[in-house]
Design a protein around this ligand. Structure first.
Ligand SMILES: *[C@@H]1O[C@H](CO)[C@@H](O)[C@H](O)[C@H]1NC(C)=O
Ligand SMILES: *[C@@H]1O[C@H](CO)[C@@H](O)[C@H](O)[C@H]1NC(C)=O
Ligand SMILES: *[C@@H]1O[C@H](CO)[C@@H](O)[C@H](O)[C@H]1NC(C)=O
Ligand SMILES: *[C@@H]1O[C@H](CO)[C@@H](O)[C@H](O)[C@H]1NC(C)=O
Length: 404
């Protein structure tokens, strides 16, 4: 009917072409709608068994609909009274491995009575250093905001006296700070929020088509011995090579690459390391590294430790997670920082620490700056270990419950 009417307006020779056009029109529209549907579906989070990310081509993560478990409140949390967890992450034997440990998702982020100290120092550094310490590249924007959404789900449940979920973001009930990062007026880097909320520094790594992970978003304010600007927008292997991480090629590279590719959103892993610092600046070890702005290499300063009292034990807890939607990997880096003399009052610590240091290979000795403090630290540890042994704290009695 319609075709006949149409035929009256056009000349007869064209009629067959019109017919052809009209008959393929439905086919075209089906193709277009199914293409659009496919495109839409490929953005929609899928259950893991449908996303099949284990078989992905590197750099092509499909969003998963996984929800990270909602944690119970941290037991008896009190911002004034809750002490930092006493990680003493060293063993009698020392070996460079990834040293990772699966951990319960409830334990993702730790807040304690040091929060204000970390927070205030970070706020100061964010204001002073700006993009030198914190930035998000365009390819990491989605991941960075996804991370904020994860914080918004986790923190108010874990620390309800401290954080509150609000319609457009998250509020800090202790300071009154409001982070309405979901507002259309939000104009700050998403990492600004992470820098203010938690004690940890944050690094987001995105997977590229050659399988490498690139540091594309982060806020690093309290690293102590490295600068954000020197590592930002480099890959995981470049970071380790440039830092001369001992045994990276032989012990770490292969297993790390495999581990990263296979990591799933269900996993939370942590790793710990430790070293010593000759001053008590949490943000930058100025006494051994010199002025932060003019810094070029590790351990360039000439200062050697003078007394045991000035030496700080610096231990890091890194957590790693894969974000389900973007597929980016998030590192949180939390530093625990206290006088060496203080931890040496704890049972079994001096001997275990001494053994651990005595087992460092030569590369680690350089990497960790042994020469700067060994003449002060090693005799002190020997003396304390002996004292404790005399009191009955012998190695045989030690219960090894890593990382304590
Ligand atoms: C990040 O590094 C890549 C690879 O070296 C380079 O192509 C890109 O321009 C860099 N991006 C920025 C913002 O520096
Ligand atoms: C250290 O770890 C590497 C890699 O896991 C392993 O090959 C080596 O045997 C280990 N060495 C010791 C002394 O345990
Ligand atoms: C721990 O390891 C990271 C690299 O993963 C390094 O940047 C950091 O300086 C180390 N921290 C300590 C306290 O040794
Ligand atoms: C760092 O370098 C700048 C320029 O080279 C110089 O003006 C400044 O005095 C140096 N700062 C320190 C603390 O060495």
């Amino acid at each position: 009917m319609f075709i006949q009417e149409l035929g009256q307006f056009i000349d007869l020779q064209n009629k067959s072409q019109i017919l052809l056009l009209l008959s393929i029109f439905p086919i075209i529209s089906i193709l277009v709608t199914s293409y659009l549907k496919f495109f839409h579906d490929s953005k929609k989070p899928l259950p893991a068994h449908k996303a099949k990310n284990k078989q992905r081509k590197p750099g092509h993560w499909k969003p998963e609909d996984y929800k990270f478990p909602i944690p119970p409140p941290y037991p008896n949390f009190d911002l004034k009274k809750t002490d930092p967890i006493p990680y003493r992450a060293f063993k009698h034997k020392f070996n460079i491995t990834m040293g990772i440990k699966n951990t319960h998702p409830h334990d993702w982020l730790e807040i304690d009575n040091q929060w204000y100290k970390y927070h205030d120092l970070k706020v100061k550094r964010v204001a002073e250093k700006g993009e030198k310490n914190m930035k998000t590249l365009p390819q990491s924007q989605d991941a960075a905001f996804e991370l904020l959404d994860e914080f918004r789900e986790y923190l108010p449940e874990r620390y309800p006296s401290m954080f509150k979920k609000i319609p457009l973001g998250i509020e800090n009930l202790q300071t009154g700070e409001i982070f309405d990062y979901k507002s259309p007026n939000w104009d700050k880097d998403p990492m600004y929020v992470t820098a203010h909320l938690i004690q940890d520094d944050v690094a987001i790594m995105t997977e590229e088509e050659d399988g490498q992970y690139r540091f594309t978003s982060g806020s690093i304010q309290l690293a102590g011995s490295w600068r954000f600007r020197d590592k930002f927008n480099t890959t995981l292997s470049e970071i380790h090579y440039n830092a001369n991480v001992p045994k990276y090629e032989s012990n770490l590279k292969k297993s790390m690459e495999k581990f990263f590719f296979n990591m799933t959103p269900e996993q939370l892993v942590v790793r710990y390391n430790y070293s010593f610092q000759m001053d008590d600046n949490l943000d930058w070890a100025v006494s051994t590294l010199g002025d932060e702005e003019n810094h070029t290499y590790r351990f360039t300063g000439s200062l050697k430790a003078q007394t045991i009292d000035g030496i700080m034990y610096r231990s890091e807890r890194q957590s790693l997670r894969r974000l389900p939607k973007s597929g980016a990997i998030v590192f949180t880096i939390r530093t625990y920082f206290l006088p060496l003399t203080q931890i040496c009052q704890e049972p079994f610590v001096p001997k275990r620490l001494l053994n651990s240091i005595n087992n460092w290979d030569p590369d680690s000795q350089v990497y960790k700056g042994l020469i700067k403090w060994k003449d002060i630290v090693l005799p002190y540890l020997e003396e304390k270990a002996k004292e404790q042994e005399d009191q009955g704290y012998t190695v045989e009695k030690e219960k090894l419950n890593f990382p304590f």
